[in-house]
Design a protein around this ligand. Sequence first.
Ligand code: UD1
Length: 348
Amino acid sequence: MPTILTILGARPQFVKHAAVHRLLQARFEAKTLHTNQHYDYNMSAQFFKELGMPQPDYMLPIGSGTTQGAQTAHILQGIEEVCIAQRPDGMVLYGDTNTTLAGALVAVKMGIPIFHIEAGIRSFNRNMPEEVNRIVADNFSSLLFCPTQEAVDNLKAEGTTQGEIILTGDVMLDTLLAHQNSVPELGRTPFYFATLHRPYNTDVPARLHRILVALNRLDHPVVFPLHPRTAARMQDAALRKSDYPNIEFIEPIGYLRSIAYQKESICVLTDSGGIQKEAYILRKKCITLRSETEWPATLTHGWNSLVFEDVEKIAQRIKEQPAAYEEDMFGDGRAAQKIARALTQFFS
Ligand code: UD1
């Protein structure tokens, strides 16, 4: 039985793997390596527990590096050590994080076939570390599992990958469907739900303050789970939570509560990639605090709107009602099955 090593490390990857792990275990000697890129309980272990995933087989020590390079180097070295000892027959990678990049570099140099889930996504903004990470992973992958037709088209237009491009749909839809009945009911008075963690929104104090001021001025409270990066940047810049009384800052929440908050909110405000998709699936209006998105199809009928420079216009954009809804934008909820079948075929 071929051994497949899945590399995980950051919150969105745990959500994606929840849809895939059982299918891998049924067909392969499936192992997981957690790089500890995200290591706080509420950024990591909470997700394994809630989504019913077994503990990872290998855990890297938490890195101390604070730069992109130091973090990636630490993870890369750890993944290489495990690969040298275990010699996997293939490596599953998710998305676009520094964990994905490190896995791709180890695998390509060791001649281990790469299977990239969420391949072909592009924001066309190379200043984002995520964009660079995606391009590298896609270029070296043997199987490229694309969540949307747009992703397939992006890869074909680039023409750089040697691998097989397969349209599967999005595993995040699979995860949502599998857990929808466990989503709690919050039953709150009207509120907005916001998340923020991208460096271009968090790392310049004046920009972060401007966004918080804009959220603070909205007509209903804003529930805002604070990502560790954002919490740290607020502290560095001496931005006090009490200066934004309309914002209800809370600790990072688990998957089910995140879905519950999105579902029950008036509108979602975010710079996350995954939340843009979840909001669409939940038929919730989303304001994306960025100048571009890797999910442009969500913009088409106004379900998602980009706001970057004019954060003061958020309130106005919230009022714009979306039009038509495309049912199958993210597939049919069977992306993981298609991935498992393609992997079986690959090794047969
Ligand atoms: C990463 C991914 C991004 C993904 C996001 C989801 C990269 C380049 N970016 O960004 O694609 O959308 O995760 O959250 O890989 N920290 C803690 N506790 C934790 C985790 C992190 O305190 O559990 C701290 C880190 O030490 C670091 C900061 O938070 O100082 C940011 O973490 P980092 O891993 O750089 O990535 P994210 O900004 O979360």
